[in-house]
Design a protein around this ligand. Sequence first.
Ligand code: DBV
Length: 262
Amino acid sequence: APPAAVTDLYTPFWEYAVKVMKERLPDLGPYPIPEGYVHKEAMTGKGKRAALVTTDAYAYQTPKLRQIRAAHVQGGAALQVLNYVIFPHMNYRIPFFGADLVTLPGGHLIAIDMQPLFHTDEYKAEFYDAFKAVHAKHQAVLPWGGDFPAEAAQFFSPCFLWTRTSGDEAIQGPVFDAFKDYLHTYLDFVDAAKPVSDPAEIEAIKASHKAYLTYRAEKDPARGMFLRFYGEEWTEEFIHGFLFDGLVALEQGYTPPVAASA
Ligand code: DBV
């Protein structure tokens, strides 16, 4: 018989990320999570198919990184999600870190990227040229994930790692290896990042964050799942009040913090 599917594939990813962030981001501190959204559970299905689905939220920040957050959904071997995004403060040109690690009854869907703010040649040279060979190495051992919504293409980088696969070994081996490389490279960007002070450039960065946040909040592929499990009020607050809360921040007059030393 095939080995029983692993019911907790993504905890090692998140534990690794927290360990590395604690090592590499000395200013790491907690980021507030709205009351009642740290942990949620509900029963789904009936009879023999009844199962508990839990969602846990985690969040941090640093002087350069406005919000580092993750949502971890666990409902047995056929329902596991770790969605992990880092949103820099809007006076830095660095990309977003984005990982969407999804296991559903049909298999695993994995998206890992450092999502660009701009699509200029200069931006590509700054952040992606040096990493292209690493991306190619990882993508070569994972089947390309196929079509994704055309609208989403503008939010991915030339180093978008995208796979649909089955078998837990692929997650524990090549996907985990790729995740580590992307996270370390991203933290290299954070180390090197210098604040932007030109108001016009800050406005351009804010506009790019706004477009990304708007797309992701409106098109969140998890909305249907969350609605089924936890209802509308919880779902919309989780999406707008936590997962993509930068939109609210911008509406409320967000301005990037003044850097202590440039
Ligand atoms: N995706 C999220 C959050 C999730 C989540 C916050 C906490 O942004 C889970 C949960 N993603 C999730 C689920 C699915 C996907 C799919 C449950 C499966 C939905 C389904 O099949 O029912 C990358 N995630 C996807 C898809 C892509 C991504 C391309 C396939 C969507 C499709 O085919 O319609 N990451 C995702 C994405 C962006 C990103 C769309 C856009 C910038 O960064």
